[in-house]
Design a protein around this ligand. Structure first.
Ligand SMILES: [Zn+2]
Length: 560
């Protein structure tokens, strides 16, 4: 306390402290600080007090910059990285010394698009993520995030296994103000929506997310999103998009037009843009990743900061309604949709359109349920319809009448597209994974293995990208994009989010049949300087924290 006070008084604000007693105070403080420093040296020498809490000795350090790794020791003190280098040469000692010879030491991974269920009892520990080396996750994505960030963060503080940063969701905000109606907001409603974005940004959100593919985001015009993103822009916010049409949308705007729309939103609003899970969907778009990537390159060349994230699976996961019910049928919300299911004429139209929608996705046998309902979990839509002796669209409506269902869409992505995208300098990494509830035996394996699979398949087995490049896509690149100054790199002063891997053993184990298997080869994981995983086993520590958007000095936010 005394030292803090002294440091403040001796700070650069000296010139604005003209009172004579302050000058005396400063002189006194200098003398005290000098005395304390001498005493500390003397005591340190006498008792050989460890200079650090933890020392990781002899690991191959990837610092997150994409540079080749180097054999270095890493020390942690007070939750931060206090030293990177040769500890023996520096005479550095620590309370705990861990030999990591032969292992790979990296910054903790940043998952740029997750559905980690951090507010659920079964999801708080975030173990599927930690076992991949992930120490920070993005939440509030796809337009679904609450704008009540302060309330959200109060519930997370001290109770989560990974760090989390949040976006305010356009869909959530729209729903709150005008419901699920397919119409434009009035001027007053738009102002109300803008005020909610502002509140979220004030409370620490990193930006605005949209799910323009989903209801109700689908009902918004580009202009509406620009108007809201401008509020985020005033706070150095990000525009995070699940864009309108990834290529498999029914009567959508098309894969490339959708990319253009998201770039335009960022460009006109003045935000950075991240495509949540960038890829081209559907067999019609196999091989078309370079076309989409070119639009991003062109935007970057004219100064728009556009980036993206990916995982390497070829299946997606979303909801049955999103995949099989046209958006006009969801207008007004769930009750109105169910009413339409009871109208014979509407049902005739739905019978046709549901089949057309499923055809774009590869058919009913490509939809595999991840839903907790036992009659659905682990089975395809085709198999369920056959068992029920119902035509597929009727089976869809029967399922939805009892509630929307979680479903995977197998083979929606082309692995060649994915390989191409992995090589782009602006491509980060995400799980897009939703923590399964205890009843979800079958769920998307990406929640357990997206990061480790990218390292195993794309780096070690296929050599699509180098290890430093892949690790950068999971660490430094993300931190730079987020303007997070003290995470994402393994360097002195950074927060001690650290992962240690055995490069020979690193692999994902989760499969579509048996997804609930944590990754292998993750030896240690530190979150904010505490072991979350040690010697391959979870410690049970809930060391994560909500991360508020860093505020820039001199930030001036215009009135709405
Ligand atoms: Zn999404």
């Amino acid at each position: 306390m005394v030292l803090d006070g002294c440091a403040t008084i001796m700070g650069p604000q000296d010139s604005v402290m003209p009172i004579r007693t302050d000058r005396d105070m400063r002189r006194w403080c200098r003398a005290l600080l000098a005395a304390v420093a001498v005493a500390a040296l003397w005591i340190g020498d006498l008792r050989s007090q460890p200079a650090a809490d933890l020392l990781l000795v002899g690991g191959l350090v990837h610092d997150g910059s994409g540079q080749p790794p180097a054999r270095q020791d890493v020390a942690v003190a007070g939750g931060r990285i206090s030293f990177v280098g040769d500890a023996a040469a520096a005479g550095l000692d620590a309370a705990v010394v861990v030999d990591v010879d032969g292992l790979m030491v990296t910054p903790g991974f940043i998952d740029m698009h997750s559905h980690a269920e951090l507010t659920e009892d079964y999801g708080r520990d975030a173990l599927p993520f930690l076992h991949q080396g992930i120490t920070t996750v993005a939440i509030g994505v796809d337009g679904g995030g609450t704008p009540d960030i302060a309330e959200l963060f109060a519930g997370l503080e001290g109770r989560i296994g990974v760090n989390a940063f949040a976006y305010a969701g356009h869909g959530e905000i729209r729903e709150r103000v005008i419901g699920s109606d397919d119409r434009a907001p009035t001027a007053a409603e738009l102002n109300e929506m803008r005020a909610l974005v502002r509140q979220a940004m004030d409370e620490g959100a990193f930006g605005l997310s949209t799910g323009l593919f989903y209801v109700p985001g689908y009902y918004a015009t580009t202009g509406e999103v620009i108007a809201l993103a401008r509020v985020a822009a005033a706070f150095d916010g990000i525009y995070d998009t699940h864009d309108r049409d990834l290529g498999a949308s029914y009567r959508g705007v098309g894969y490339l037009s959708s990319i253009r729309e998201a770039i335009r939103i960022g460009e006109e609003a003045g935000t950075r843009v991240i495509f949540s899970h960038f890829n081209a969907q559907g067999a019609a778009n196999y091989g078309r990743a370079p076309d989409g990537a070119r639009l991003i390159e062109e935007a970057r060349a004219r100064g728009v900061e556009v980036a993206a994230a990916q995982h390497v699976y070829t299946a997606t996961q979303s909801s049955l309604a999103a995949y099989a019910i046209p958006r006009w049928a969801s207008n007004g919300g769930r009750e109105e949709m169910l009413e339409r299911f009871r109208d014979p004429e509407t049902v005739r139209r739905l019978d046709v359109e549901t089949m057309e929608m499923l055809a774009i996705r590869g058919g009913a046998d490509k939809l595999l349920f991840a839903d907790p309902r036992p009659e659905l979990n682990g089975r395809t839509l085709a198999a369920v319809a056959t068992e029920w002796e119902l035509p597929v669209p009727a089976a869809v409506r029967r399922i939805l009448t009892a509630g929307n269902a979680a479903v995977m869409n197998l083979d929606l992505y082309d692995i060649e597209n994915t390989r191409y995208l992995a090589r782009q300098s602006w491509m980060m990494t995400c799980t897009d994974g939703r923590t399964p509830s205890p009843a979800q035996n079958v769920t998307h394996p990406r929640v357990f293995g997206a990061f480790t699979r990218k390292l195993r398949q794309f780096v070690l087995d296929e050599r699509i990208v180098t290890m430093p490049f892949a690790i950068r896509s999971m660490t430094g690149l993300a931190a730079d994009f987020l303007h997070l100054d003290d995470r994402g790199y393994l360097r002195e002063g950074a927060v001690a989010d650290i992962a240690v891997f055995d490069p020979d053993r690193i692999r994902d184990r989760a499969t579509y049949d048996r997804p609930r298997q944590v990754s292998e080869g993750t030896v240690h994981v530190l979150v904010n300087g505490r072991f979350a995983i040690r010697d391959g086993a979870a410690t049970g520590a809930l060391a994560g924290r909500p991360i508020r958007r860093p505020t820039r000095t001199g930030e001036i936010v215009p009135d709405l």
